[in-house]
Design a protein around this ligand. Structure first.
Ligand code: ATP
Length: 314
């Protein structure tokens, strides 16, 4: 029987439990951090390792700031990889408090179904499966107001209980910054080999500053960095084809940061209002405007990510 500390909250799992400090009963308990640190290894890590053995590549998409285009990039990375019909792609949205993937993928209002072997993801195409907390909400306007342990529990379920099947690429869209969700994903996937992280930024110093923190986070948790994408990087006028800088980089932009920190710059995606339009309509920008400069940039970046993953495999 697990020991229950004095002044423990009702339903305290006890200090000897693997849920110590992590269950919803622990929220707000003064012993929470101590209990979580002392708890033994979570058995879910082994279960997740087993589940992930059928997933070849795992890629995290990160950003320091919100609104820089991380979910848009994750969605287009999934669409781009899924153009190869021989490959199975899975997109997991762990932005629990602000899930935007259902909307961008044209899946708003979809629900998750329980099957004998777990939760069934929602399919955009036969080879493109999506899972998001958004599918568990009654309405897209419902707010998820959860503390860390509950978010961590949901991520555990997403990684362990979703019936993804055999997958070539799992793309994990994370919330901005370095929060509970990032720690949980890295912790739960630690034994299952993450290929690496793609970090999205705009050219502005305010975004780059937070990217440096993100890079430090990756280095601390030993998460390989695939590279940085500079999004909303210049605007090409559709009429005169001249490029203007809407967010002028005052300190050299992502290029200088990447060269200072010895990290690959995967590419620059220009600002294109049609990207916003196709995301709002839940359609792939690649099929909407296949020959735009932004589409070509996305494709070059996706190719570099594929090359990185295949090198890690060999
Ligand atoms: N290259 C681009 N050109 C034009 N609009 C873009 C581009 N990239 C993203 N957007 C738009 O910018 C907005 C923010 O994008 P998105 O939701 O992907 O950001 P995010 O970093 O995931 O934000 P958060 O993490 O706060 O949810 C969206 O309206 C999206 O359509």
């Amino acid at each position: 029987m697990a020991d229950v500390p004095e002044n423990a909250p009702q339903h305290c799992p006890g200090t000897g439990s693997s849920d110590a400090g992590k269950s919803s009963a622990c929220e707000g308990c003064p012993n929470q951090t101590l209990c979580a640190a002392a708890a033994g290894p979570d058995p879910a890590i082994e279960e997740i390792k087993e589940k992930m053995s059928s997933v070849k590549h795992k890629i995290l998409v990160l950003s320091g700031k919100g609104g820089v285009g991380k979910s848009t990039f994750s969605a287009h990375l999934a669409h781009g990889l899924a153009e190869d019909e021989g490959k199975q792609i899975a997109l997991l949205d762990v932005d629990i408090c602000g899930p935007s993937i259902p909307r961008i993928m044209g899946l708003e209002g979809e629900q998750v179904h329980q099957s004998g072997s777990g939760w069934s993801p929602v399919y955009v195409e036969d080879n493109l499966a999506v899972m998001s907390v958004g599918f568990l909400l009654g309405s897209p306007d419902d707010a998820v107001i959860w503390r860390g342990p509950k978010k961590s529990g949901m991520i555990k379920q997403f990684l362990r209980d979703v019936d993804w099947g055999d997958v070539d690429y799992l793309i994990v869209d994370t919330p901005p910054g370095t929060s509970d969700e990032h720690l949980s994903v890295v912790q739960y996937l630690s034994a299952a080999h993450i290929d690496g992280a793609v970090i999205i930024t705009t050219p502005q110093e305010v975004s780059l500053q937070d990217v440096r923190k993100e890079i430090n986070f990756c280095r601390k948790v030993k998460l390989p960095i695939i590279g940085v994408v500079e999004n909303m990087s210049g605007f090409i006028c559709p009429k005169c084809k001249n490029e203007s800088q809407i967010f002028p980089p005052t300190t050299g932009g992502a290029k200088k940061m990447c060269s200072d920190l010895k990290i690959p710059l995967l590419g620059r995606v220009p600002l294109d209002p049609n990207i916003g339009k196709s995301c709002d309509a839940g359609k792939s920008f690649f099929t909407e405007i296949p020959d735009s400069p932004a589409t070509l940039s996305y494709r070059t970046i996706i190719q570099k990510i594929q090359e990185f993953c295949s090198l890690r495999q060999s």
